[in-house]
Design a protein around this ligand. Structure first.
Ligand code: NAP
Ligand code: HSE
Length: 450
């Protein structure tokens, strides 16, 4: 007999509205596949008088989320409110009541993931978060299930739809940053606070979730400084293009060589386990011949290298109403099936299996870099900068002083060989102090995907 599962959707903005609408459109199709009918019986919003641009389809609309969570008819709670305060209370309350929760909230998972996973364990309910990373791409399922037999040696992701949309339009049309950001907001791609997008924080939250799933220890991204796209100029796009690259906000998660084992105790075990990873999120020059260079607009892509499978690629819309709703529906189907099977913890939301995994200090991460300076155009400038780089053992692979820039300051672009980030930062500190250097330098990683 067809079973009915009642869903309380908390939040009916871009994503919540999309979920209600998608269930109205495809609920029957899902029911025929699952043998379970999903019905949104409660919808919680902040302002009940606001006009909604979707059919609420008979759901009771209210502002009291506690009432919706504790309603004995509510089988599954979907949190689509955003933020890390009320949303945390909502998710905790539902899990403590033993109700499975679906969320798209990567900021919440990043800040409170361990606490929420513990609450899920204790409440005997599951927490599902497919929509928290890369919008409509089922990358959480891939990491948790499809690649379960692989050690992930590297994962690279274009993980923020808003940034990719902005960079694509700036490059293609020479469009202004602020104008394109407004369009991204209008299209429902951006976070309520868009600085989370453009400053790289949202992509870092997502990278932390992927890194944790791939490597089995909770990766605390507070130890990584995200670098956003505000400093990327049309000149950078032009010159990186001439050098054979496209600039993307790229998250890179890499399995690094193990640190020399320390003597004694826990540290020795950590060395013996040998699992060390690096996580970076910053504007990155991606070679034009690499598949990630052609990922445009709001699309995201995740390139995962497994030791058994080799290279794999996942692509789709990274933000927006329908793409994100699709991932929420996938979680709802899993939650409904788990409820029907009476197995509320079939696969726990996060399995910490690598007790001694460690995150590499950002300063130790080695990479090639693109450096753009603004300098006074006079003899000897290049020599002084080259001397500072040489002192830090940083090789220069090419230097460009583009023609056609006249006046007090001109751009000077360096492609730097592999060096640790701390060596590059030290050099940059000295370079900034030179009186001939005007304006803020731009430093981006160059990725070779080796
Ligand atoms: P949104 O459009 O701002 O919608 C937020 C919804 O939450 C609104 O319906 C709002 O009510 C409601 N709300 C806010 N505070 C509330 C409270 N205290 N009690 C009850 N309801 C409250 O946000 P969104 O873009 O849908 O994003 C929701 C979540 O999905 C966020 O965690 C976001 O990071 C994540 N996400 C978004 C996307 C995307 O493309 N937008 C993609 C992936 C993940 P009112 O409508 O009455 O104001
Ligand atoms: N603001 C996010 C983005 C939404 O632009 O990628 C999807 O997580």
């Amino acid at each position: 007999m067809m079973r009915q599962v009642n869903v309380a959707v908390l939040g009916a903005g871009t994503v919540g509205g999309g979920v209600v609408d998608a269930i109205r459109r495809n609920g029957r199709l899902m029911a025929s596949r699952l043998g379970i009918e999903l019905g949104v019986h409660r919808l919680v919003v902040r302002d009940t008088r606001k006009r909604r641009d979707f059919d609420t389809n008979g759901a009771k609309v209210g502002a009291d989320w506690r009432e919706a969570v504790v309603d004995p008819r509510t089988d599954i709670v979907v949190e689509l409110v955003g933020g890390t305060t009320t949303a945390r209370e909502m998710v905790l309350a539902a899990l403590q009541a033993g109700k499975p929760v679906v969320t798209a909230n990567k900021a919440l998972l990043s800040a409170h993931g361990e606490e929420l996973f513990a609450a899920a364990r204790e409440g005997g309910a599951n927490l599902y978060y497919e929509a928290s990373v890369a919008g409509g791409i089922p990358i959480i399922k891939v990491m948790r299930e499809a690649l379960i037999g692989n050690r992930v040696t590297a994962a690279y992701g274009i993980l923020n739809g808003t940034c990719n949309y902005i960079l694509t339009r700036m490059r293609a049309e020479g469009a202004e940053f602020e104008t394109v950001l407004k369009d991204a907001q209008r299209l429902g791609y951006a976070e309520a606070d868009p600085s989370l997008d453009v400053d790289g924080i949202d992509a870092l939250h997502k990278a932390g979730i992927l890194a944790s799933l791939a490597h089995g220890f909770w990766v605390d991204v507070k130890k990584v400084a995200a670098e956003g796209i505000r400093g990327v100029t049309p000149l950078d796009m032009d010159f990186s293009g001439r050098l054979g690259y496209t600039i993307k906000l790229l998250a890179a998660i890499k399995l690094e060589a193990p640190k020399a084992p320390a003597r004694g105790g826990k540290a020795a075990k950590a060395g013996a386990s040998g699992l060390r990873i690096s996580v970076t999120v910053c504007p990155t020059l991606v070679p034009n011949h690499h598949v990630l260079a052609s990922v445009s607009d709001v699309f995201n892509a995740v390139f995962v290298r497994g030791d058994i499978v080799g290279d794999t690629l996942y692509y789709g819309r990274g933000a927006g109403r329908n793409a994100t709703a699709s991932s929420v529906l996938s979680d709802l189907a899993d939650a409904a099936l788990d409820l029907r099977c009476g197995e509320r913890q079939r696969l726990p939301p996060f399995v910490p299996h690598e007790e001694f995994g460690a995150l590499m200090a950002p300063g130790d991460v080695v990479s090639s870099h693109y450096l753009r300076l603004s300098v006074t155009d006079k003899p000897g400038v290049l020599a002084r900068i080259a001397a500072i780089l040489a002192k830090e053992q940083i090789g220069i692979s090419s230097v460009i002083q583009p023609e056609g820039h006249e006046g007090a300051s001109v751009p000077l672009i360096f492609m730097l060989h592999h060096a640790t980030r701390s060596a590059v930062d030290r050099a940059l500190k000295s370079i900034r102090r030179l009186p001939v250097v005007t304006g803020e330098p731009a430093l981006f990683r160059v990725e070779t995907f080796e």
